[in-house]
Ligand binder design. Structure first.
Ligand SMILES: [Zn+2]
Length: 551
């Protein structure tokens, strides 16, 4: 494996030297583009048959197996049930004619995961695209939406198109432009400018837009917000919004839903829509939004200021959002450090998979976004624990009453690592009351529907079914019984045969467009990128990143 990678690296370097356009080079101060795929991943195959797996199809249907899954090129053509558990499979009833077989007896197969809130790292985090992509794919994420495309609209479009052609090792990418960025038309402060921006970005080929009303360069004028959504919808482009404290007094989640917003991100704007005895949150009089401790500390005291579960206001808001078909993308994982900072900071994957530069970015700082740990108290965590309970109550009820809840991670901030943070979101949805099968649906079909519908399309991914894109996750342990088996670092289990505690699990294979990636190899590559960076930073290759001092 090492030799193969070394060879790939040499060949890639040679190729880049001979053909400067064979790979995209990073501009000054730009996140490096992913290197060409080379020989990574196998396939697509003329006729790949995955044999004998237990399938979780992503629709909410229970596990079923053994099944054989036939994939031709990048498409699933057939899923066939081939027997019953614990008895031999009768070969005669199995699909034939494989040009390649993958033995998945005893394994589980799920649709590839969709992370609808996935930033592709950034200059501040010092995260090359290859690092982020392999953490995603190594965790089973085969489709992402980049909210705002912070590495640049052109950069992200290039990566999307290269990924679509499988020229790089990366999930499918949806490019959402941060309204007002990338053009020379200036801040977006009028409906006319909003429409002009949408058309400008649409011409470039983006898939949608992210709005943070009240955050430069977009104003918090509801007319501007409505114009972006209206223009985007006309062009069959998506919209997503973080309804921040700087805009929420004018546009809360219900206002946004009424204007036709595609999805609300995080939770901001939702408690505000539920206010029944105030119109702004109970800001301390010395509050300053640019003080990240004020911002996150007070955000954790928000839900208790909203109407109570089951109250008239609670029901009225939920009813109307349900009628409007509104989508909620909670990204609970990114707030988790707020209720337990040590858990997030000491997560066992950091030492192997977190880049020193990313670790540095996470350290308490008044300037790094989300690094508000310069004063985080017992009471702050207690407030957040209580805040989470009310938030989860809303999400679970919304789901139970037919509302769409999706899965996004927002990793790259607040001690959350790409891929790993996403798996944690699955656990948090279960904690909110979702059945694990409902969690998987939120992670797959719901995300696919959200992304496709806004572009006026039927989703052709997100479930395991004939005709759908061959994006799949294969695991050796049952993720419905325990989502922890999906973590790249696995989980601990007692082996009763040997009496030893073993570390088991991790995604085994991630399949994208019919191309089979060994998920362990992907994460080995990430570990190598990290150890190389440590050596460069003057650390030893296997030094735990967590011993780094704060700045
Ligand atoms: Zn975000």
């Amino acid at each position: 494996m090492k030799t193969r990678h070394a060879l790939t690296a040499i060949l890639t370097a040679l190729l880049l030297a001979i053909l400067p356009h064979a790979g995209l080079r990073a501009q000054q101060g730009e996140v490096p583009h992913a290197p060409p795929r080379g020989d990574e991943g196998e396939g697509p195959f003329q006729r790949l048959i995955i044999r004998g797996a237990t399938m979780v199809d992503g629709t909410g249907a229970p596990p079923v197996g053994p099944v054989d899954i036939v994939i031709e090129g990048s498409r699933i053509v057939e899923v066939r049930s081939v027997g019953a558990p614990n008895v031999p499979i009768r070969e005669a009833r199995r699909p034939q004619g494989a040009t390649r077989e993958l033995d998945a007896h005893g394994m589980y197969v799920l649709p590839g995961f969709v992370d609808v809130h996935a930033h592709t790292g950034g200059v501040a985090q010092g995260t090359p695209a290859e690092y982020v992509y392999k953490l995603w794919l190594g965790s089973g994420v085969t489709t992402i939406r980049d909210p705002g495309s912070g590495n640049g609209i052109d950069w992200t479009l290039q990566e999307r198109d290269r990924s679509a052609k499988n020229e790089i090792v990366a999930p499918h990418i949806y490019v959402y432009a941060f309204v007002g960025t990338g053009w020379d038309g200036g801040p977006v402060t009028t409906p006319e400018k909003a429409r002009a921006y949408v058309r400008w970005a649409a011409d470039k080929g983006v898939d949608g837009f992210k709005l943070i009303p009240g955050t430069y360069p977009v104003s918090n004028d509801p007319k501007v917000f409505a114009a972006v959504i209206d223009e985007a919808r006309k062009l069959h482009l998506g919209t997503m919004s973080h309804l921040s404290q700087q805009g929420v007094s004018r546009i809360n989640a219900l206002d946004a839903a009424r204007m036709g917003l595609g999805s609300m991100e995080h939770y901001y704007g939702l408690p505000e829509a539920l206010f029944d005895d105030r119109t702004v949150q109970d800001f301390p009089y010395d509050y300053n939004y640019n003080n990240e401790y004020d911002r996150f500390g007070q955000a954790g005291r928000l839900w208790k200021q909203a109407a109570k579960p089951g109250s008239e206001r609670w029901n009225a808001v939920m009813d109307e959002m349900l009628d409007l078909g509104f989508t909620i993308d909670p990204t609970m994982t990114i707030y988790e450090a707020s209720r337990d900072v040590m858990r997030a900071r000491r997560a066992e994957w950091h030492d192997i998979y977190t880049l020193p530069s990313l670790w540095q970015f996470y350290q308490p700082s008044r300037e790094s976004h989300g690094s508000y740990w310069y004063h985080w108290t017992t009471q702050d965590e207690i407030e957040w624990k209580q805040d989470f309970k009310l938030w989860m109550t809303f999400l679970n009820e919304y789901k139970n009453r037919g509302g769409r809840v999706t899965t996004g991670s927002d990793s790259g901030f607040i001690y959350k690592l790409y891929g790993f943070g996403y798996i944690r979101e699955l656990e948090l949805l279960q904690e909110a009351g979702f059945h694990p099968l409902e969690v998987v649906r939120a992670a797959t079909l719901n995300g696919a529907e959200l992304l496709a519908e806004q572009q006026g399309k039927e989703p052709d991914f997100g479930i395991v079914e004939g005709g759908k894109r061959a994006d799949l996750v294969i695991t050796e342990y049952n993720p419905i019984e325990d989502f922890k088996v999906l973590y790249g670092t696995g989980t601990l289990r007692l082996n009763d045969q040997t009496g030893q505690v073993e570390r088991v699990g991790g995604v085994r294979y991630t399949i994208k467009d019919g191309i089979v990636f060994d998920a362990r190899e992907l994460l080995d590559d990430v570990a190598r990128i990290v150890s190389d960076a440590k050596v460069k930073a003057g650390m030893s290759a296997d030094a735990p990143v967590t011993v780094l001092k704060g700045r």
